[in-house]
Ligand binder design. Structure first.
Ligand code: PLP
Length: 331
C-alpha cells in the first residue's frame, strides 16, 4: 500500500510504499465518528501488448481533490499523487491480471481525517492511502441486463448535499435500500429524485437513456451535473465525449423523469437504458420495478445495441487495442 501522512503543522510527509498492514488510530479518530472519509475508484489495465495503462487518472485525481475540498481535508498536488500511484502499480505490476478476460487491477485511493477529538471540526491529522486488488471481468458469465427497484421514498442525494462527491458517508446508507431491492427480486436500486421522479443514478453508476424523442430524433440522455445530485463519473463523461464525436444522434445532459421514460416505452420509442461506471463500463437495464409494476426495457432486444458499441470503444482504449490520449502507460 501507499501511505502519506499529513498534519497541520508539518503538511504532507514523505510518501511510503509498504506491505499492506492494519491501521492504528485512537478510538476518537474523527473518521470513526463524523465520516471524515473520501475515496476514489480506478483501474490499471494490462493491454494486449502487455503494457499496463491507466484510463484518464487525472479525472480521478481532480475528483478526489474536489471531495477533499467538500470535507475541508487537506489538498494535494494531484500530479504528485498520480506519480506515487504509478510507482505503487509498478511495484505491484505482477498483480495486474492478464487482459484476456477483461480483468484488471482495482485501485482505491482513500483520504481520512484521524485527529483524536470528538469535536466536529476540520481534521488536523490525516492519512492518504492507496490499496489495490485484482478484479475479474464484471460480466464473467456474459452481459446480463439487470432489474432495478425504483421507489421515490428513498433519496440518494439532494441539491446542496454531498452526493456529487465520493464521500464514504454517501454509501453506507444505501445498503439497506439495496437489500430491499434484492428482497423484491431486483439487482440494483434506481435512485429517483423530486416530485416528478427524475432518474438520477443506478446503484453506484450513472444512468443513460437512449430513445427516440418526441420530435422523432434519436437522443442519448443522461441527467445533468448542474443540480449537484449526480456523481461526475469518468465513464459518464467519456461516453458523452465519444457520442458527441460520433455525431450520429443527439446527446443531452438534461433531466429525465419516469413519466417520460414510461411514455416513450408505451410508444415504442425507448431503445436502451444502461448504467455506467469503472466496474462494468456499461451495464444494461432489462426491467424497472416501479409502483408494483414491472416495466420491461428493450435494451438488449434490438440489433447492435448502443451499449455494445460503447463497451467495445472504451475497452479497446483501456486495453491498448487502439492508442488514445485517454490512457497513460505505467510500465
Ligand atoms: C463512482 C460512482 C459512479 C461512476 O463513476 P466512474 O468514475 O465512472 O467509475 C457513478 N455514480 C456513483 C454514485 C459513484 O459513486
Amino acid at each position: 500500500m501507499l501511505e502519506i501522512k499529513w498534519c497541520e503543522d508539518k503538511g504532507w510527509q514523505k510518501p511510503k510504499i509498504t506491505p499492506i498492514h492494519d491501521l492504528v488510530f485512537h478510538p476518537s479518530a474523527q473518521v470513526l465518528h463524523y465520516a471524515f472519509q473520501l475515496f476514489e475508484g480506478m483501474k490499471a489495465y494490462r493491454g494486449f501488448d502487455n503494457k499496463i495503462r491507466l484510463f484518464r487518472p487525472d479525472l480521478n485525481m481532480q475528483r478526489m481533490l474536489s471531495s477533499a475540498k467538500r470535507l475541508n481535508l487537506p489538498l494535494f498536488e494531484s500530479n504528485e499523487l498520480l506519480e506515487c500511484i504509478k510507482k505503487l502499480i509498478e511495484v505491484e505490476a505482477d498483480w495486474v491480471p492478464d487482459s484476456t478476460e477483461f480483468a484488471s487491477l482495482y485501485i482505491r485511493p482513500t483520504l481520512i481525517g484521524v485527529e483524536e477529538t470528538l469535536a466536529v471540526s476540520s481534521s488536523k491529522k490525516c492519512l492518504l492511502y492507496v490499496i489495490l486488488s485484482p478484479v475479474g471481468a464484471y460480466f464473467s458469465t456474459g452481459v446480463k441486463p439487470v432489474k432495478l427497484y425504483a421507489d421515490p421514498k428513498y433519496v440518494r442525494a439532494w441539491p446542496g448535499g454531498s452526493g456529487s462527491h465520493k464521500l464514504g458517508s454517501n454509501y453506507g446508507p444505501t445498503v439497506a435500500v439495496q437489500s430491499i431491492a434484492e428482497a423484491k427480486g431486483c439487482q440494483q436500486v434506481l435512485w429517483l429524485y423530486g416530485e416528478d421522479h427524475q432518474l438520477t443514478e443506478v446503484g453506484t453508476m450513472n444512468i443513460f437513456v437512449y430513445m427516440i424523442n418526441e420530435a422523432g430524433e434519436k437522443e442519448l440522455v443522461t441527467p445533468p451535473l448542474s443540480d449537484g445530485i449526480i456523481l461526475p463519473g469518468v465513464t459518464r463523461i467519456s461516453l458523452l465525449e465519444l457520442a458527441r464525436q460520433w455525431n450520429e444522434f443527439k446527446v443531452s445532459e438534461r433531466r429525465i423523469t419516469m413519466k417520460e421514460v414510461i411514455k416513450a416505452l408505451n410508444e415504442k420509442r425507448l431503445l436502451e437504458i444502461f448504467g455506467s461506471g469503472t466496474a462494468c463500463v456499461v451495464c444494461p437495464v432489462g426491467c424497472i420495478h416501479y409502483f408494483n409494476q414491472d416495466f420491461l426495457i428493450p435494451t438488449m432486444d434490438h440489433k447492435e445495441p448502443l451499449i455494445f458499441r460503447f463497451l467495445k470503444s472504451l475497452t479497446d482504449i483501456q486495453y491498448g487495442r487502439i492508442s488514445h490520449p485517454w490512457t497513460i502507460q505505467v510500465c
